[in-house]
Ligand binder design. Sequence first.
Ligand code: NI
Length: 169
Amino acid sequence: MILKILKYPDPVLSRPGEPITEFDAELRKLIADMFETTYAEQGIGLAAPQVGVSKRLTVIDLSMGKNPKDKLIIVNPEIISSEGKQYEEEGCLSFPDIREKVARAAKVRIRAQDERGKWFEMDGDELLSRCFQHEIDHVDGMLFIFRMSALKRDLSLRKIRKMQRAGEW
Ligand code: NI
């Protein structure tokens, strides 16, 4: 089932998600629906708060559905180490048409649970590192415009207001 993606400034997007404690059929259904929604929107990642579920869950697939091995289910994640810097363009399904450069760590190591509750650690660099940081920010209630420079954030917010006035947001 394709879920409705909340757009900024929906308050659920800015609320830290609750930890997931039940690894049940309901969680697996939500995960399946989140992947389906990500592919329908041609995204590479989606966090539960973006579909109105204030929980610490995100799904990532850099292959956009082309390679089943690239499907990542990330429950209750945290970044346990990070190094280096990168400065690349990012977008977000909750901010249609907004793309700006954001400063991120070059590499991160995360710790998370899978859909059955098993803990794992995983390293990411380049795009995957950026995706981990962007999606883990979402489950913390943090949005990428607040990682931009003040100048880029003001430009983005102005563009959003303009689209809102035009009924395009
Ligand atoms: Ni996003």
